[in-house]
Design a protein around this ligand. Sequence first.
Ligand SMILES: Nc1nc2c(ncn2[C@@H]2O[C@H](COP(=O)(O)OP(=O)(O)OP(=O)(O)O)[C@@H](O)[C@H]2O)c(=O)[nH]1
Ligand SMILES: [Mg+2]
Length: 824
Amino acid sequence: MRLITVKEIDLANEVKRILASTEQRKLRYASELNWFERWQNLWASDRIRVGVIGVTSSGKSTLINALLGDDLLSVAVRPSSSQLVSCSYAKERSAVVYFLNGEKKRVGDTVRLKETIVQYSDENYNKRNQKQVAQLELSTPNFALGEDVLLVDSPGLDATGYEAHEKLTLETLLPTVDIVVFVTTVKSEVDKKMKQTLDTIAKYDCPVMIVQNMLDAVRPSVDGKKSAATVAKERMNRVLLAVEQSAIKNKSDVKVSQISAVNAMRYRCNPNPTEQEERAYKAARYDDFVAGVKDLIKSKRPEIEKQRVRTILEHLEDLIRQEDKRTENVSTSLTADTALTAISDNITCALEDTYNDIYNVIMELEKIYAKYFSDDSEAAGRKISGLVSAFLRKDTLDEEDIAEIKNVVKKFESKTIESVQAFSEKCSMAIEKLNLPARDLWSYNGLPRMPEVSVKTKVVQRRRTVKKSGILRSILRGITFGLYKGEETEYYTETIRDDEATKESVKRYIKRLQREYAKTLDAWSTNAKSTVLSIQQEIDLRVSAIKEKEQQVLDANDWKQLRKELEKCFKRYAGKSQKQEKNVYERVNDDTNVSIGTKLIKAPYKFAQLYHAAEKYLHAVQGSVFNYAMEIKQRRDYPVIVISNSPDNLSDFLFRVYQIKKTDFRREQSYCLSNELSVACSPTADQIKSMLEQRSGANVFLLINGLQFHTEFETILRRSVQENLRPNDALFLTIQDFEVLSNGNAISECLRSVRMEQNTTANGEKGMTLISHKNPVYNMAIIYAQTTDVKLKEETEFYDSLTARFPKLVSEIEKKRINNILRS
Ligand SMILES: Nc1nc2c(ncn2[C@@H]2O[C@H](COP(=O)(O)OP(=O)(O)OP(=O)(O)O)[C@@H](O)[C@H]2O)c(=O)[nH]1
Ligand SMILES: [Mg+2]
């Protein structure tokens, strides 16, 4: 029967739902979600995972074949198994291969099933896992461990050269199993390696079963002095000793099973076994092994399920702790710097503007060119605008024109300088604002320095006719009536404007300007862009830092919300099991009407159950201790007087020993409940005397509150009882609430006191110390200290085994104390 209804799967689902409720959360908790997914997959089938591990060739696969009733797994003397193979029950034989890339391949029930499996699971066929297998799953209808068990075969430990095998087994399999079957052989030495493996298993704190395989190979000792059985027994003791010395916690829970896997397999996998095979099978002790594993699973199941929930809850706690830490220092105020985007926009615009400015100059130059040299340019007819509009089309270029051109080019130049400077300024402003080192400041002074253009002139040879001067010539001219002209040709040189050359030079000038500006633009923009880029990068960095911070703040705020949800979920599940425990309590209460101390109400479910058992046991023990005390002191037929200072102690004792329901025993009152039983609460010495006098011989049960032991209040009562005892009476000192004086010394002192009391009475040794404590271990320990009677010894042993099974019932300190008492 399943005791706990808290399902680890439900819990995992719920946590996953919370963690994946938004895209943001999904991203943030991706690894957590993965974790839950992984465990969920392991637990989905609700089966107990039993891992079979052990050194190479110890017979793991042989044993599993026997359990499968089908020799599907490859078996060999060399290291063979290379994969984790999960084996379970199914109506049909089948196998599924899971690959590392997430794909899977189903192999149906074919005659070649075994051959197919070998292809993936055996080192010989799938060397170094070339086939990228993640895992195999086998099912057979003959599987011996039932539907709710998943048995996992693993590669052998310590095979030299196959370290990956060991890694797979110890790191991948071991952390995920609920129970370990550790396979070794009867022949194997209990060496360092085996001890190491036991310690590794111990880390995972799961139940362990040890199998010593190859029982069939055990022979009597060579000298013939020891039979095979004796040899086997010795070998088992060696392993038990190794367990004793290991770090395994519940050592007494570790069972060792000696079997012959090969003989079990031969019989189980053969539809028509021979008689000899059947005999060997019986000697193989396989059935004992199967029963042992089943028992282990049955007894551990509730614990395993609880453990699974605990695993999740612990993980959840870790997550909460970790996220709390991560978000605690995130201040919720944002320092979003909107200026950053402004800076970025600013310099990007400046870059564009300056670029356009220089580019425009080139275009304007083009227009000037077109204006003057329309033949060369189709742009001649275009509407002239901007700086060039001042020009009118002319055939020649005179000084004025040149002056104009110079003027315009100057304007270009100053505009370019201005623009470049403006850009540089914005850059340096940005750099300053960003507080970047000044070396990042960039200036550009590669503006074109151009020779000036001028009107070209040329020198030409000229000739002219001039009248010669002189009186004679004038007379002569008059005489000849003009026939004599008196002229002469005169040669001279003159410098004139060379239109062609000027035009040509202006043409070249403009073209060159264009080229220079284009170069400038190129050089400048390369530099400027890289400057802007680095500023931009810086800005991007800062912006993303801010964004990250914003995200952190968002995350931190979201975490607050998320935490609430997770906590609620945590409480619900952690609380659920508590609530169930409480119900059990209530049932215990209903059934037995026992009042329960606060200490145990906090105990987990299984302890509540144990409490129930212990409580019953306590009744039995106290009843039997009481009876036993009467018996051993031969006081059965004497009337009983119960005396105490405390009404609570009285009612407790009467209920436990006589099943008398609680009544309010008020102080200074005595009751005669029957001829055999009288009760007195805080009686005076006289009252005690008269009570004792009324009877010939009485068993006086003096109940003492542990807290009051040796106080004046208690001593007075004890003295008056003691003084009034007659030789026929017997004193049973019964200590209640022993816990307060539960250290070895106090208990020993108590025992000494009662012996002293007894010795002072004439008929000494008639009584003994009884204890009425909620923890029966103390009772047993102290009674044991007073008697070595077999019956009580047995009960002590029973209780020992109970506490060994539920170790948390008695803390280590308490155990030590008890041991002290038992030894004293
Ligand atoms: N005598 C004897 N031999 C056995 C027994 N069980 C297994 N063997 C033999 O031991 C060898 C190894 O058996 P396997 O089952 O392959 O061992 P394994 O532990 O799976 O080995 P790996 O997969 O390599 O780790 C084989 O030759 C088996 O026949 C047994 O009970 N008695
Ligand atoms: Mg194997």
